[in-house]
Write a protein of this length. Structure first.
Length: 255
């Protein structure tokens, strides 16, 4: 029997099984899309953290390089003048020089090994330098920004690399009663797990990397390295940065 033109056409509806299957497929698609979005967000977050870690390492390295470079290297003329003036001063002095002042390296640079004044002379020396320029990083807790700072590099495997700094104008004041609390501590990086010291060995004509600084042949003072190697570690990421020491050497060719 033919259907009348005026009679509406009959349409078949979805069964319960088809509805359940459609809902399951839609749920699977939405779950996959949500997982994809979460994965992309996590990857992007880790990427940002890794880039921030690299930028942090570059910033620490740049700060040390700029600070060391601002010291420059002392020429032989200025060395001889300072030596002669020191000898004249020593003749007029009756008291022996402090032990921490004798740890100066012989390589002709303003960066040297020195025992902080709040430690005994037999304690381990730290890298010391005087920064003549104003650095906002070294602002004290009371908001004062010294024009010149006496800085020690202090490294601890658990705390990282710190700067122990004090105004250079306070160096000669109450030297006998000074303690570590008189120095300001600025944390430079908590991600530095180790520091290695790179030396150029003239006899062997090769580079040597040491976990600890080596001593001079004719004394117990440390030799100033040619480079510092900073090892940064953050989670599964680890990078190395090299900081040159501005020294004048007779055995290294400068290009």
């Amino acid at each position: 029997m033919k259907q009348s033109p005026t009679e509406p056409a009959k349409t078949a509806g979805m069964s319960l099984i088809e509805v359940v299957i459609a809902i399951a497929i839609a749920a699977f698609i939405l779950t996959s899309a949500a997982s994809f979005v979460v994965s992309i967000t996590d990857i992007w977050s880790k990427r940002e953290q890794r880039y921030a870690f690299y930028e942090h390492a570059d910033g620490v390295t740049q700060f040390l390089q700029t600070s060391f470079r601002s010291l420059g290297a002392v020429s032989e003329t200025s060395d001889s003048v300072s030596d002669s003036s020191d000898s004249e001063t020593n003749v007029n002095q009756t008291d022996p020089a402090p032990a921490e002042e004798t740890a100066e390296s012989k390589t002709g640079t303003l960066l040297l090994w020195k025992v902080p004044p709040f430690r005994d002379s037999s304690d381990e020396a730290l890298l010391h330098f005087q920064l003549p320029s104003i650095t906002p990083l070294l602002t004290r807790a009371d908001g004062i920004l010294p024009a010149e700072n006496s800085i020690y590099l202090s490294f601890d495997r658990e705390e990282g690399l710190s700067l122990l700094h004090r105004s250079s104008f306070e160096e000669g004041i109450e030297a006998d009663t000074i303690n570590e609390d008189d120095f300001n501590r600025t944390l430079l990086s908590t991600f530095i797990q180790s520091i290695e010291y790179i030396y150029w060995e003239v006899e062997n004509e090769r580079w040597e990397v040491n976990d600890e600084p080596i001593t001079e042949e004719d004394s117990d003072t440390y030799r100033l390295p040619n480079y510092l190697k900073l090892n940064f570690v953050y989670k599964e990421n680890s990078i190395e940065r090299i900081v040159p020491i501005p020294t004048i050497s007779k055995h290294l060719i400068l290009y």
